[in-house]
Design a protein around this ligand. Structure first.
Ligand SMILES: N[C@@H](CCC(=O)N[C@@H](CS)C(=O)NCC(=O)O)C(=O)O
Length: 328
């Protein structure tokens, strides 16, 4: 085959770079230094607990399988056994339109965007998951995951599980704050960075925080991040970590350290995954399909990788793989 003339390669590169910037502008806004800036949402305040919270099927939690922000809400819903009063509605991505759609009409809407508009969201706002909706009032209760998990933790439940236990509340709050920026949003700041420097900053912050988590989990006897009891800090960490090798390492370039080299974190992840109901919230094939199939500017071929298999990520770590402090 004849070699491609260098001028063609140079032109193609320039054209692609320009197109990539345009496409990224729509997918992931950035500041002037190329750092990803997550757009502000709507329905973000923590509301009081609704009077009819205990009413059977009175509320609906809308989630998308691949979304880590939705995953944290789904986890609290599942761990606290809220299925009696809150129904779960799983939306699917519409890759062509770049939005979430219902699998069957929901409160008269076929897309999440229609639902947001019907609930009074301004036309330009993004319609994001997770979102909690009141069936009776046909209104969004809250659409910001960090507040939503706090509300779901107060929601009346037959189970006594409190995910913000008072003795470790301060530590839980500290970890949640740290994780939100550098880990939960951090992987997106890596994947959606527009410049090398922006990526380097986000990547360094992410792995510095993971090293702190590893230190915490490996030097204390507590099984959970903020103390002896499971908390919202663990809930926040899990959706990001369970997607690490499946999606974020290959697609977002978050591959400095395989997780098995942070053995305490690896064990923590397996422990969390083994909690009742958690495995049902994990759908590796759907995650791969959604991320690799729909994030066109990051992965134009749309080819979906075959692995790794989720079961291997929650199994025993490979023997003798870790030397403390070692960076490959
Ligand atoms: N701040 C929101 C962010 C949620 C979010 O960004 N969800 C994404 C899916 S992972 C979404 O629904 N995006 C749709 C869109 O931007 O149009 C939260 O934490 O609840």
């Amino acid at each position: 085959m004849a070699p491609v003339p260098p001028i063609l390669v140079r032109t193609a590169r320039r054209c692609w770079r320009w197109q990539w910037q345009q496409l990224m502008g729509g997918l992931a806004p950035a500041d002037s230094e190329g750092n990803y800036r997550r757009p502000a949402g709507v329905f973000t305040a923590l509301p009081p607990l609704p009077e009819d919270a205990a009413a059977p099927d009175g509320h609906v939690l809308i989630v998308g399988r691949s979304c880590p922000w939705a995953h944290r809400a789904w986890l609290v819903w599942s761990l606290r056994g809220l299925a009696g009063s809150i129904a779960l509605e799983v939306v699917e991505p519409d890759p062509e339109a770049g939005r979430w759609r219902f699998t069957r009409p929901f409160l008269g809407c076929t897309t999440l965007q229609e639902l947001y508009r019907a609930c009074g969201a301004p036309a330009a706002t993004r319609a994001t998951v997770p979102v909690l909706v009141s069936r009776r009032r046909q209104r969004v209760v809250v659409g910001e995951s960090a507040r939503l998990i706090e509300l779901l933790n107060q929601w009346p439940s037959g189970q006594a599980l409190d995910l913000d236990p008072a003795p470790q509340r301060e530590a839980t709050g500290r970890w949640r704050e740290r994780l939100q920026h550098s880990v939960n949003d951090g992987v997106y700041r890596c994947g959606f960075a527009r410049t090398q420097a922006a990526y380097d900053r986000a990547e360094a912050a992410l792995f510095a925080t993971l090293a702190e988590v590893e230190e915490q989990l490996s030097t204390r006897p507590d099984p959970w991040l903020s103390g002896p009891m499971l908390s919202l800090a663990d809930v926040q960490l899990f959706p990001t970590l369970i997607r690490l090798e499946l999606v974020y390492a290959p697609l977002f370039g978050v591959s400095r350290l395989p997780l098995w080299q942070l053995p305490a974190l690896w064990r923590w992840r397996s422990r969390f995954h083994a909690l009742p109901g958690v495995a049902d919230t994990c759908a590796a094939a759907a995650w791969r399909q959604d991320y690799f199939g729909t994030l066109f500017p990051l992965h134009p071929s749309g080819i979906v990788p075959a692995g790794p298999c989720l079961a291997t990520l929650v199994a025993e770590p490979p023997a003798g793989g870790h030397t403390p402090g070692e960076t490959p």
